[in-house]
Design a protein around this ligand. Structure first.
Ligand code: HEM
Length: 118
């Protein structure tokens, strides 16, 4: 189970790289919008995060302490908003500067929440 958890954590970072990378790569583009990397990254964060919570909660891991469920709930809420925004963004043509900016900002908020909130 520990291997599976670590594998999911690696994929969690891959999802973060895709979401944030898809945002950053458009920084100097005049037609900013929601690209596929951002949507797929957000979905990866959602799926891997929920699966990791499932593993920890099923008590299969000894070295992962109890999760901070308030923190997890905040991250879950933010990623659900990101997914809805990204889905809607993919249906329309760029430029969508505001949508692009909000998704990038919410992603950074989730990184700060994940790292600073213990
Ligand atoms: C954009 C969305 C998200 C970002 C940027 C993000 C970011 C991170 C980061 C940087 C870590 C590693 C640092 C750490 O261990 O504290 C992490 C770990 C983790 N994340 Fe996420 N996360 C997101 C969404 C989610 C969601 C939706 C869930 C669950 C519903 C989740 C559950 C977890 C769990 C269980 C861990 C490992 C255990 C822990 O340390 O909390 N994450 N996340």
């Amino acid at each position: 189970m520990e291997f599976l958890f670590n594998l999911l954590l690696v994929l969690h970072f891959v999802g973060l790289a895709s979401l944030l990378g898809g945002f950053i790569v458009q920084m100097s583009s005049p037609s900013k919008g929601v690209n596929a990397a951002m949507l797929h990254g957000a979905l990866t964060q959602l799926v891997t995060g929920v699966l990791m919570v499932g593993i920890v909660e099923s008590d299969q891991l000894t070295d992962e302490g109890p999760l901070n469920m308030t923190k997890i709930s905040v991250k879950l809420g933010i990623v659900l908003i990101i997914c809805v925004l990204a889905f809607n963004g993919r249906k329309r043509q760029p430029p969508q500067v505001a949508l692009w900016g909000i998704i990038g900002a919410l992603t950074l908020v989730n990184v700060v929440v994940a790292v600073f909130w213990q």
